[in-house]
Design a protein around this ligand. Structure first.
Ligand SMILES: Nc1ncnc2c1ncn2[C@@H]1O[C@H](COP(=O)(O)OP(=O)(O)O)[C@@H](O)[C@H]1O
Ligand SMILES: [Mg+2]
Length: 584
């Protein structure tokens, strides 16, 4: 697992090596000062400055040069490391985002958006931090520790061994702490993700929260998360308190070695200069060893914290393109369902042996009770999901043999819940056609009956419409989504209750404009209001996983089945509808 994290940094190997080399140079230069101090001390003590003045000058000049280089190198290494860190973060974020975008709808059905964002964010953060720490701390510390140990060993092997040995109990105690805290850390991350997910949901459902006056309740829930996170932190800190035994031991041991060094200086087995050197080196051994333990814990945290991120990177789409997709020149739009069986991953069985077809250039209306599978029908044509059995064909080509890109390019889909972005009207329309001119946009909006309300907005087509288009009414959103699809100008159109938020009057006027637009295209129109479907060339009624009735409007009325009764109920005042020329 840790190797996988390191492998992510592969493209940045060169930069990491450069940074590590600089840091190594810095630790090498750091060795100079204690050596010079030792030499000068010994010179001073060994009888007068005068005869040695020349050497002292050189040593002091070297020290000055080293200090100069150290400052430059320090800054340079930080400069490179900070820039690397930003670049690497962006790289990870893009990699995660790219893979997420490639995943199939089925994956997103199971995710909580806020949680996903939190996992993505933390993963990027932790991985960057450990890669940085490896370059900036781990390898240099390791090397500094080794150099220092070798130098101390050469003067006094016993001291060298003692210095290293002092870290055995320290490491053991800390290992115990890691094991204890590992689980707590995991729980903490889980809590944070859930809190994020919850926070996100609350904000996006703010109207609901307010209408149910549940602000207090939501706030309490948020507080509960924080309380739990705090408890976990406290437990971790307490474990760390216990681990201070390791630090104490370390300090005492260090003190013991300090005493020993002074003692052997007194007895004359080492010079005063060597004594100072040893004291400084003891410090230089201890610090990197301390860092090593710290980095170990950071690596562990990176591992725990980036688990979900790595999972996101590994996730594969469930809907695949074939290796060599068919590339028909033109799509006419014959759509055929052939013995289609479909069950959602959750177990909801939607279609049982469903067969029907839409002739190119004609319209098919789909009617049925809520939950019958009308929207699922649209999802299957768009290949958001693949049926378990049977096949769906466009112009006689199994849609699994087309690339998803191509298939979706040929289909205009107006969703039940129109989704708009927090941007201008213009930018939202551009999702339909990236390089659309203002004229084209206006034309599309006229067909969708949206132009009139758009020009009445404060800044017309340049008005920002808020997140998900909150600044628009339901009907306005639907008309804008419709215009967006009209702008895309595809040969196949799917309207999933696309005009359901409109009042009957505006629906009617759009219907007339749409009729013209839909001419020559294949369309699948899903609608609740039967008044909108009666002009379709063919109508199917689905219920209980299959087609219950099918035929033209008049045929279905004559059949006196579900459609006929629904129509009667919905038509209500037949005479009034006749006035509107709604009943055939
Ligand atoms: N993403 C999904 N995951 C699991 N089950 C789903 C999903 N979407 C819809 N369903 C289920 O499939 C059935 C058909 O839903 P849907 O096609 O949305 O119905 P309709 O559009 O006709 O109202 C319902 O029982 C619904 O609960
Ligand atoms: Mg639906």
């Amino acid at each position: 697992m840790f190797l996988r994290i390191l492998a992510l940094a592969k493209p940045y190997r060169g930069q990491l090596v450069a940074i590590s080399t600089l840091i190594l140079l810095i630790s090498a230069f750091n060795q100079v000062e204690p050596q010079i101090t030792k030499r000068i001390t010994d010179l001073v003590i060994s009888g007068g400055l005068k005869p040695q003045l020349h050497t002292v000058y050189i040593l002091l000049a070297i020290l000055l040069g080293v200090k100069f280089l150290l400052t430059i190198f320090n800054r340079l290494s930080l400069y490179l490391a900070n820039l690397f860190s930003e670049k690497f973060k962006a790289y990870l974020r893009q990699m995660g985002f790219e893979n997420l975008l490639s995943l199939s709808i089925e994956y997103f059905d199971k995710q909580v958006s806020g949680k996903l964002m939190s996992q993505l964010d933390r993963g990027v953060d932790r991985i960057t931090s450990i890669i940085n720490n490896s370059g900036m701390v781990f390898f240099p510390s390791l090397l500094t520790a080794i150099i220092s140990i070798v130098i101390v060993m050469r003067v006094s092997p016993m001291l060298g061994i003692a210095a290293v040995a002092s870290f055995i109990p320290y490491s053991l105690v800390n290992y115990w702490r890691f094991r204890k805290n590992e689980y707590l850390e995991k729980s903490e991350y889980e809590l944070i993700d859930n809190q994020y997910g919850h926070f996100w949901e609350t904000i996006s459902a703010i109207q609901l929260i307010k209408s149910f006056i549940s602000e207090q309740f939501e706030f309490r829930r948020l507080k509960q998360f924080d309380h739990k996170i705090y408890s976990l932190r406290r437990e971790m800190e307490r474990n760390t308190n216990i681990a201070v035994i390791g630090d104490l031991f370390n300090e005492f041991w260090g003190w013991g070695m300090y005493v020993y060094i002074i003692w052997i200086a007194f007895t004359g087995s080492i010079t005063i200069g060597t004594m100072i050197l040893l004291i400084q080196y003891l410090q230089m051994i201890r610090q990197p060893l301390w860092y090593l333990v710290w980095v170990f814990w950071e690596a562990k945290r990176a591992q725990i914290g980036s688990k979900e991120f790595l999972q996101i990177l590994e996730e594969k789409p469930t809907v695949h393109d074939v290796v060599k997709p068919a590339e028909p020149e033109q799509i006419k739009g014959r759509i055929t369902f052939e013995k289609v069986f479909f069950t959602y991953d959750s177990g909801a069985k939607v279609f049982d042996n469903l067969s029907f077809s839409i002739k190119p250039g004609t319209s098919l209306a789909v009617v049925g009770p809520s939950g019958a599978g009308k929207s699922t029908l649209a999802s299957l044509i768009l290949r958001f999901y693949d049926p378990q059995k049977g096949r769906i064909m466009v112009d006689g080509i199994d849609i699994r043999n087309l690339s998803q890109r191509r298939l979706r390019k040929e289909i205009g889909f107006v969703m039940q819940d129109s989704f708009l972005f927090a941007d201008t009207v213009e930018e939202n329309l551009r999702y339909g056609k990236a390089d659309a001119s203002l004229k084209e946009m206006e034309q599309a909006c006229r067909i969708a009956n949206a132009h009139d309300f758009i020009i009445k907005l404060k800044q017309g087509y340049k008005t920002v419409i808020g997140e998900r288009g909150v600044l628009l009414s339901g009907g306005q959103k639907q008309r804008l989504s419709l215009a967006r699809t009209i702008l895309k100008n595809p040969p196949v159109i799917i309207l999933d209750e696309a005009t359901s938020s409109l009042d009957s009057h505006s629906e009617l006027s759009i219907q007339q404009a749409l009729e013209h637009f839909l001419k020559g295209r294949t369309s699948l129109v899903i609608a609740h209001r039967l008044s909108t479907v009666q002009h379709a060339d063919y109508i199917i009624v689905i219920k209980d996983r299959k087609i219950l009735e099918q035929g033209t409007h008049l045929e279905l009325l004559a059949a006196k089945g579900l459609y006929a009764s629904l129509f009667k109920i919905q038509a209500g005042d037949i005479d009034k509808l006749k006035e509107w020329d709604l009943v055939g």
